[in-house]
Design a protein around this ligand. Structure first.
Ligand SMILES: C[S@@+](CC[C@H](N)C(=O)[O-])C[C@H]1O[C@@H](n2cnc3c(N)ncnc32)[C@H](O)[C@@H]1O
Length: 229
C-alpha cells in the first residue's frame, strides 16, 4: 500500500486483507455488512473524476461517503436506517433525484435476510433470498439507479450467493445479474475475495466439512453502465 492508498486493481480478481486502508476510517468496520473501502476507491478511480456526483442508495455506515469526499467527488448517501447524521433517510426504491443527473452509483445491498440491519419495515434485508420477492424488490432499486444515472455512466453492485441447509445453493448473484441485464450493459464482472467474513472460524469450517457444503469465498462486483441511447 503506497501513500496510504490501496493498490489500483488491474485484473478481475480483487483481494485486500482489511476493510480499511490508510490511517483514517472509511465507514465503520464494526458495522455488520460494511463494504471493504478499497473496492469503492478503485471504482471511483476508474469511473469518476473530481467534482462528479456519486450516489449510494444503501450506504450503511457511510463508506462511500468517506471515500468519495477524500477523492473530491460530490456524494449523496441514503439508507432506510441512517447510521450517521450525513446519511439521508430514504427507501432505495424511490430516490429523490432528477432523471439523468448522477455520474456514478455504488451499491452493496442486502444479500438475503442473514444480517439484521434495522427494525425498519422497508428494510429489504428482512426478505429471504429464497423468495422471488427479494429479487423483485432489488429490481425496483435497479430501475431507480437506471433512472437517475446519466446515459453512458456506470454503476457497480456488490452481492454474494447463499447456501442454506434447507434450500441448498441459492445463486443470488446470477439472479440479480439477470434483472440488471434488463436495464444495463455490462462493463465487467469482478470477483471480490472474502477475507474477513464472520464465517471464517473453526466452527464454520467444521460445519462445511460435516454437512458437505462450501463457505462463500467470494462476492460478485457487477460493473454496468446505462446505455447512451
Ligand atoms: C450491506 S449494507 C451496506 C454497507 C455499506 N456500503 C457500508 O459500507 O457500511 C446494506 C444496507 O442496505 C440498507 N437497506 C436495506 N433496505 C433498504 C431500503 N429499502 N432502502 C435503503 N436502504 C436499505 C440497510 O439498512 C443496510 O445499511
Amino acid at each position: 500500500m503506497k501513500n496510504n492508498k490501496p493498490p489500483f486493481e488491474t485484473t478481475t480478481l480483487w483481494d485486500f486483507p482489511t476493510q480499511n486502508y490508510g490511517d483514517r476510517p472509511h465507514g465503520d468496520n464494526k458495522f455488520s455488512g460494511v463494504t471493504p473501502a478499497f473496492i469503492i476507491w478503485n471504482l471511483l478511480q476508474r469511473y469518476t473524476k473530481e467534482g462528479d456526483l456519486v450516489v449510494d442508495p444503501m450506504c450503511g455506515s457511510g463508506t462511500t461517503i468517506d471515500v468519495a469526499k477524500e477523492l473530491n467527488r460530490r456524494v449523496i448517501g441514503y439508507d432506510i436506517a441512517p447510521y450517521r447524521e450525513d446519511i439521508i433517510q430514504n427507501d432505495a426504491r424511490s430516490i429523490p433525484l432528477e432523471d439523468n443527473s448522477v455520474d456514478f452509483v455504488f451499491i452493496d445491498s442486502p444479500y438475503s435476510d442473514n444480517i439484521k440491519y434495522s427494525d425498519h419495515r422497508s428494510d429489504i434485508g428482512k426478505i429471504s433470498c429464497e423468495r422471488e420477492e427479494f429479487f423483485d424488490e432489488l429490481e425496483k432499486v435497479a430501475k431507480e439507479i437506471y433512472r437517475i444515472l446519466k446515459p453512458g455512466k456506470a454503476m457497480a453492485w456488490l452481492i454474494g450467493d447463499h447456501w442454506r441447509k434447507k434450500s441448498g445453493f441459492i445463486p443470488v448473484g446470477f439472479k440479480l445479474y439477470q434483472k440488471l441485464l434488463k436495464y444495463f450493459e455490462t462493463v465487467d464482472l469482478i470477483c471480490i475475495a472474502r477475507r474477513h467474513q464472520t464465517s471464517n472460524t473453526p466452527v464454520w469450517h467444521e460445519r462445511a466439512r460435516r454437512f458437505n457444503f462450501y463457505l462463500r469465498g467470494f462476492k460478485y462486483l457487477f460493473v454496468m453502465k446505462k446505455p447512451k441511447r
